[in-house]
Design a protein around this ligand. Sequence first.
Ligand code: MEV
Length: 412
Amino acid sequence: MKIYEMSNQQRIDYLLEHDFIDQGQADFLAKKQPLSEDLANSLSENQIGIFGLPYGFATDFLINGKDYLVPMAIEEPSVIAAASNGAKRVKANGGFKVITSPHIMYGQIVLEGSSPELLAKLEKNKATIIESANQARQSLLKRGGGVVSLTFEKIGDDTEVLLGVNTVDAMGANIVNSMLETIAPQISELTGNDVLCAILSNSGKSQLVKVEARMKFSDLQTKQMTGQEVAQRIVRLSDFSKHSVMRAITHNKGIMNGIDAVLLATGNDFRAEEAAAHSFYSQKGYQPFSNWQIKDDQLVGTLELPIEIGSVGGAIKALPMAQLSLAIMKIDNSQELQAVIGSVGLANNLSALRALVTTGIQAGHMSLQSKSLAVSAGAQGDEITEISKQLNQIKEYTLEKASELLEKLRKQ
Ligand code: MEV
């Protein structure tokens, strides 16, 4: 039986039988209580409930030679299907090849005023400031991380103190902010200048992930089009997005569909990643995150993106579902998680582009959305499958039609 044809419990059993989860994790999933009341209450203020999102997994990800099932939390019905579909085509051709970089997070202290003497004084005391920042997070040094750079620059009328920190497997927001708030008063005392603010930067420019996927033309063909035609049309649309900001935005949204879903499933800060990704491609006018070309009779896709995440600490540690997601993927470190997230982005992009240049996306989208239309119309249990089936037969995807069919069904 295909995974998408299984019941919810059968999918949990599948994960258990294939050693992706243990019995305790299977029981936890089956209980459908992702967060205890206490935890929910302590994670957010004025808490009145737990907001639900469907949680599932994409299949067929082969990344740097390792197979993954990728947990995703998302309300858009086609995203997991699109990720799996894209991943399957890449897997048949050797899988995703990913290169990651060390995990450097930056933080800024804005010091009021600037002068050559001030900059010289800061330079002279650089080693002491670095030492002090490292002392604020001694455990980081033990894990192989710590401050990797410290620079001073006049920006406008003020001075920027820019601290670069290798945060190893942590996303690093708390680490960098603690370091900055430790050294800011010391710098102020040293220079006599006031500190305007001390905060990390979500730039992500030193957390770049490069993903490559390639496939034979024959893995792209549809009933109406040869694989070569599909590949050429994908390249053409990819090129178009470099010249049209209107298109680049939507191209990138499709990539973030997959990326955000994994970020949510792993308890990562999706706002930070959105800021990092879009700003990286806005330096010289807004650009698409990925590029598709034909090389050696193959379609080759590349994606280069800052991926600002962690695999330990913060909400990732606190949220049981995030821990479960990492366990399902058997993630060893943050760079491995970055590799998975980048690959998912490119897989979703591939599926979107292939659909767009062939049948259009509505056919696939709407047939997947028929179930949620049925639920919105009030269908329950078996009624959901029946109404969805009828909507797919008549291909009229409106709430009115779903309600009308449900009324008819209940009268029968
Ligand atoms: C829909 O959520 C995402 C797409 O619009 C992406 C794209 O146009 O590339 C299909």
